[in-house]
Design a protein around this ligand. Structure first.
Ligand code: FES
Ligand code: FES
Length: 162
């Protein structure tokens, strides 16, 4: 089948997509966007988190056909070319990246959390951060530095125009 969707603001058409393919597979193997990682392929680890019509989802659990006509946002689209998004800067500065395999999913999940909180004119509480990132597993960091990074990103983004 042919899949047509928008990814990071660009329209994509991909032919010969097999019905059993996941959105994650199409992004990585057919569209050349390997930022979203494939770790468990079972919806357990969050390393494949992308936006689908503005809502974070595990791309490994989304059939490619479900993305037909929809807007997908991946970690590659968080910042402009050659730039870092405030969430990416915060993760680097807080030392929240070790092997980095979980990082793309955490960045998207953090961006979503901080945006939602900011829209309500506040910063996320620690309990909200833990809940929002509960589906994103990291084997390396022990999570404390990730929490620091989310707090830092929330502080930085609170000062941006809404
Ligand atoms: S690869 Fe999708 S949740 Fe783990
Ligand atoms: S930094 Fe290695 S899994 Fe999170």
């Amino acid at each position: 089948m042919r899949l047509t969707c928008t990814v990071n603001g660009d329209r994509h058409e991909v032919d010969d997509v097999w019905e059993g393919e996941s959105l994650l597979y199409v992004l990585r193997e057919r569209m050349g966007l390997p930022g979203s990682k494939n770790a468990c392929e079972q919806g357990e680890c969050g390393s494949c988190t992308v936006y689908l019509d503005g809502v974070p989802v595990c791309a490994c659990l989304v059939a490619a056909g479900q993305a037909q006509g929809r807007e997908v946002g991946t970690v590659e689209g968080l910042a402009g070319p050659g730039e870092l998004h405030p969430v990416q800067e915060a993760f680097l500065e807080a030392g929240a990246v070790q092997c980095g395999f979980c990082t793309p999913g955490l960045l998207v999940a953090t961006d979503d959390l901080v945006r939602r909180s900011r829209a309500e004119g506040r910063r996320p509480a620690d309990a909200e951060i833990r809940e929002a990132l509960a589906g994103n597993l990291c084997r390396c960091t022990g999570y404390e530095k990730i929490l620091d990074a989310v707090r830092l990103a929330a502080d930085r983004m609170a000062g941006e125009a809404r």
